[in-house]
Write a protein that binds this ligand. Structure first.
Ligand SMILES: NCc1[nH]cc(CCC(=O)O)c1CC(=O)O
Length: 303
């Protein structure tokens, strides 16, 4: 399409990333009636893909999953990039914009290896590398032995099946996209997800007006609304994907934002709900929540 050139869609190479890229390609092709071959997939390896033996929080640095894709975009090697919005830094690189969101999938976490948290045996070993999931698990069940678990969705499922760990938590959205109906979804009224969980976003160069128009045709307004609210909450706290933050924007007699902050070991939690009225101030809400949190939580946030 664009001047007769194929659209080069950048993605990570994991099975989940590739499945998500096929979804984006299908949505664009359908919306514009493009012929087959209009979209070319370009796989880019990221630092997060290459480091498998350490918790990502230890590597530090920003844009673990996005830096190489941002570089490919800015250097013109790709035209757009597909992301799990959960993995996208809350502040985008200069010159890059979020051009479209697919409709959000199920935002919940699913528990694999037991029918419920209560059904886990005392002291059960549960694998996760997410500080949020770790804090939530220990808040619900302080007896659990939470161990680091990395790797893609299939690797994590295999560790439960092989008995190395009793259970793990995975995003329903990722499991569904890979065709795994496994696990028990944890209800949103007791178990909030990560910022933007279940949402797929497409980034592009901010000055690529023709492409931005083409991408706007598939932008899902409700998903953008929810993801922007959740990301604004994290920005206000100067948090990132290593912060024990759980949040969910959804419609409940109008839009609301549910948010929780934990300390590292899940000993304490503060939680609140903000009605997302036109005058709602997400930053003020976040700061007020932090202000009434104990020091064990406040020290985790620079804001
Ligand atoms: N952190 C990895 C990651 N990033 C996005 C998803 C799931 C897909 C989504 O949230 O849209 C996953 C896997 C998981 O947490 O189970």
């Amino acid at each position: 399409m664009l001047n007769g050139q194929p659209l080069r869609l950048g993605t990570r190479g994991s099975p989940l990333a590739l499945a998500q890229t096929r979804m984006v390609a299908a949505a664009l092709t359908e919306a514009h009636g493009w012929p087959a071959g209009t979209i070319e997939t370009v796989t880019v390896s990221t630092l997060g893909d290459r480091v498998q033996d350490r918790p990502l929080a230890d590597i530090g640095g920003k844009a673990l999953w996005t830096k190489e894709l941002d570089g490919a975009l800015l250097e013109g090697r790709i035209d757009a990039a597909v992301h799990s919005m959960k993995d996208v830094e809350s502040l985008l690189a200069p010159g890059i914009t979020l051009a479209a969101f697919l409709p959000r999938a199920d935002p919940r976490d699913r528990l694999l290896g037991a029918d419920s948290l209560a059904a886990l045996p005392p002291g059960a070993r549960v694998g996760t590398s997410s500080p949020r999931r770790r804090a939530q698990l220990l808040h619900a069940r302080p007896d659990l032995d939470v161990v680091i678990l990395r790797g893609n969705v299939a690797t994590r499922m295999a560790k439960v099946a092989g008995g190395e760990i009793h259970a793990t938590l995975l995003a329903a959205a990722g499991l569904d996209r890979l065709g795994h109906p496994d696990g028990t979804a944890l209800p949103l009224d007791t178990w909030l997800p990560a910022v933007a969980q279940g949402a797929i976003g497409i980034t592009a160069r901010a000055d690529d007006t023709a492409l931005l128009t083409a991408l706007a045709a598939i932008d899902h307004a409700d998903t953008r609304r929810a993801v922007e609210a959740e990301r604004a909450f994290l920005v206000a706290l100067d948090g990132n994907c290593h912060s024990p933050v759980a949040v969910h924007a959804h419609q409940h007699n109008g839009w609301v934002l549910d948010a929780e902050l934990y300390d590292t070991d899940g000993t304490t939690r503060v939680a609140d709900r903000l009605a997302l009225t036109p005058r709602a101030d997400i930053a003020a809400f976040a700061h007020a929540l932090l202000a009434r949190a104990p020091a064990s939580i406040r020290t985790l946030f620079a804001a």
